[in-house]
Design a protein around this ligand. Structure first.
Ligand code: BTN
Length: 231
């Protein structure tokens, strides 16, 4: 059983693990009722008021080049599956969002330390559970309570999420099936391409009539891909 460390308030569950990973056991999960410096991708702020789930898990063993994307698959699909169990159909907006009808319900931040090899991975997960008011983001964000109209038991959802994470072995195909990026058109170095896949290391596979390409997510504009979702 993974060790669970609980906080009422903390700066960021990812940062806590980053600061203490040497002493923490492999598989430790950190959960906080709120975060004062919750972070998202590209150092965006993740506003973390009480009522939602803010949690991170440390992985220190059996890590290799494919682990980062494998972990992203496992976490993303566990969230999709959790929501599915509650009658909510969600899709994956690669690389780190889970959406319901175009609105964000969960953000995932996987971080790692690389030296010669990967030293650790931290999987940070923020799920909007009981938040009803998102202010200027009301059109772009949602929560389980908002969708179902019923206040949720955070402890039960937490246990259910980690049971799914531990017991279901999600594969690459399921991730691709649930990803909305496949089939989207993007421009890369002034050429138009279709996104035809994501490889095992998380590189995007692009194709047009002349070329096949493999690019890192930070080499392309996600705004262009998801334009229609964000507007
Ligand atoms: C994103 O959408 O850019 C990712 C958001 C990830 C938020 C979670 S909440 C728990 C963990 N701690 C953090 O500071 N961030 C992640």
């Amino acid at each position: 059983m993974d060790k669970i460390i609980k906080f009422k308030t903390i700066s960021s569950t990812n940062d806590y693990i980053k600061e203490h990973y040497v002493q923490l056991e492999d598989g430790t999960i950190v959960l906080s009722e709120e975060q004062t410096k919750g972070r998202g991708r590209s150092d965006h702020q993740w506003i973390s008021q009480p009522g939602n789930l803010y949690m991170s898990r440390l992985k220190k063993t059996n890590l290799n080049q494919d682990s980062f994307f494998a972990e992203l698959i496992q976490v993303s699909m566990s969230v999709v599956s959790l929501l599915h169990n509650h009658g909510i159909v969600a899709t994956i907006k690669y690389p780190n969002d889970i959406l319901v009808s175009g609105q964000k319900i969960c953000g995932i931040l996987i971080e790692g330390k690389w030296s010669q090899s990967i030293e650790y991975l931290i999987s940070g997960i923020g799920i909007n559970v009981n938040q009803l008011e998102f202010h200027e983001l009301n059109k772009k964000a949602t929560s389980i309570n908002k969708l179902l109209g019923v206040k949720q038991d955070l402890k039960k959802l937490f246990d259910e999420f980690w049971t799914i994470y531990r017991n279901c072995d999600f594969n690459y195909e399921s991730y691709i099936e649930n990803s909305m990026i496949i089939g989207k058109q993007i421009t890369h170095e002034n050429q138009k391409y279709n996104v035809v896949g994501i490889d095992k290391q998380g590189f995007l596979l692009l194709e047009n009539n002349e070329t096949k390409l493999k690019v890192r997510i930070n080499e392309i504009s996600l705004e262009e891909i998801y334009h229609e979702i964000n507007n």
